[in-house]
Design a protein around this ligand. Structure first.
Ligand SMILES: Cc1cc2nc3c(=O)[nH]c(=O)nc-3n(C[C@H](O)[C@H](O)[C@H](O)COP(=O)(O)OP(=O)(O)OC[C@H]3O[C@@H](n4cnc5c(N)ncnc54)[C@H](O)[C@@H]3O)c2cc1C
Length: 386
């Protein structure tokens, strides 16, 4: 039977980042992944990178994570695929006061941004239909990156620092003992770990239930629609991240001709082992119509590769990260916005596991739900803004 100080269930970008930050500190770490590294929702994420958060701790995490993504090869090693495009956030009248509060948070964190009135927006974004938009914010450092490449970078560097990543190794049973956590994997092999981190995305809840921990985590199916411009339209394409809170969708470029669209609102809870991985024509049309209303040039774009995957959702759409048993920890519930946080979040998780947590992390404790102290975040239905 093997023994490691820390075991991690899940080699998505959060598990991989935590493994890297533990291993670089010299903590013997093993990662159990039932598929391949980044083979779950991480590998199907849109990769939007922004610091436009209402939660000030997350503003700082996103800011510092963006800096790492932008210099990934030098600071971690590998290819994050980060492309800085800037980001535009558009809001209706009901959000104005909250937008100014969010902008104050960006200012306090030193993040370059501009709050834009309807007149400012009309002067600067002449090709957008700005009907009903009451306020906008431009964020300088927003962009997009490659979640799959980022997670592979962390996993590869973790291994170089001595971690072991076991792919095609599902965790079947977890038993928390007085001195160790026993983990039984799919082929019946037993492992012991001093502490166990469950970072299994939408499959986290059932694993924790094995050690008597019940958390209100759900899985939601969310789509990503890819569209492609005709070459003649490329000069008038929207070359930056556009989060249209007013109309309920986000978009980001994927190179010069292609762009991705996704919805901002929650969907129904679904079974993570039985959901439609394809996207329907109605789902593409819903997103494409909104995108074309805002940016008419997008009305000429045609459908390209599109897909659906899973968000692991918490009741307040904020991460669920903390200790849930004497030797068991969780990092999940990232609710569709956890990729760009992962570079720094993994460091926070590593510090938590070695007993030196940042006090700012405490607000994301799993205990908040039982205590009735859920977090705020986002704007109306667009809680994914965090
Ligand atoms: C469609 C979509 C778009 C998104 N867009 C963005 C975006 O633009 N920006 C952003 O910041 N975030 C985005 N996200 C969210 C982001 O992808 C997640 O927050 C992040 O990937 C979560 O990473 P994770 O490592 O916690 O979980 P996951 O990626 O879910 O990884 C969990 C891993 O655990 C493994 N596992 C599960 N059960 C077991 C078991 N029993 N034994 C062993 N292994 C197990 C799984 O195979 C999986 O690899 C998006 C997500 C989706 C689905």
């Amino acid at each position: 039977m093997s023994f490691y100080e820390v075991g991690i269930v899940g080699a998505g970008v959060h598990g991989a980042s935590a493994a890297y930050h533990l291993a670089r500190r010299g903590v013997p770490t093993v990662v159990f992944e039932r598929g391949e590294r980044a083979g779950g929702p991480t590998g199907q994420a849109s990769g939007v990178v922004r610091s436009y958060y209402t939660n000030r701790f997350l503003v700082g995490v996103a800011r510092d994570s963006t800096a790492i993504l932008a210099d990934f090869d030098a600071r971690v090693g590998g290819r994050s695929g980060y492309v800085r495009t800037g980001g535009l956030y558009l809001h209706g009248a009901g959000d104005v006061a909250d937008v100014h509060a969010t902008a104050a948070g960006l200012a306090a964190a030193g993040i370059g941004h501009t709050v834009l009135s309807p007149d400012d927006l009309a002067a600067r974004f002449t090709y957008l239909n700005l009907d009903g938009t009451a306020v906008g914010v431009w964020e300088d450092q927003a962009g997009y990156a490659d979640p799959h490449g980022t997670a592979l970078g962390y996993a590869t560097r973790a291994v170089e620092h001595g971690a072991v990543v076991l792919e095609h190794t599902p965790v079947r049973e977890i038993t928390e003992g007085a001195h160790a956590v026993r983990v039984v994997t799919g082929d019946g092999t037993r492992h012991e770990v001093g502490r166990l981190l469950v970072a299994a995305g939408p499959w986290t809840g059932p694993l924790l239930a094995q050690v008597g921990v019940t958390l209100p985590l759900t899985a939601e199916r969310h789509v990503v629609a890819g569209l492609v411009h005709a070459p003649a339209d490329v000069p008038r394409a929207v070359p930056y991240v556009l989060i249209d809170i007013q109309h309920g969708y986000y978009s980001r470029p994927a190179g010069a001709e292609r762009f991705l669209l996704g919805p901002l609102a929650p969907t129904a809870a679904t079974d993570p082992d039985d959901y439609a991985t394809g996207i329907t024509a109605d789902e593409v049309d819903w997103l494409a119509a909104r995108a074309a209303h805002r940016a008419p040039i997008r009305g000429h774009a045609t459908a390209a590769r599109s897909w659906a995957s899973l968000y692991d959702v918490s009741p307040d759409w904020q991460p669920v990260t903390g200790q849930v048993g004497p030797r068991v920890y969780v990092d999940a519930g990232t609710s569709g916005h956890g990729f760009k946080l992962a570079p720094v979040w993994g460091d926070h998780v590593a510090r938590l596991l070695i007993g030196d947590p940042d006090p700012g992390l405490a607000q994301f404790s799993p205990a908040r739900f039982a205590a009735g102290s859920v977090l705020t975040g986002g704007y109306g239905a667009a809680r994914i803004l965090g």
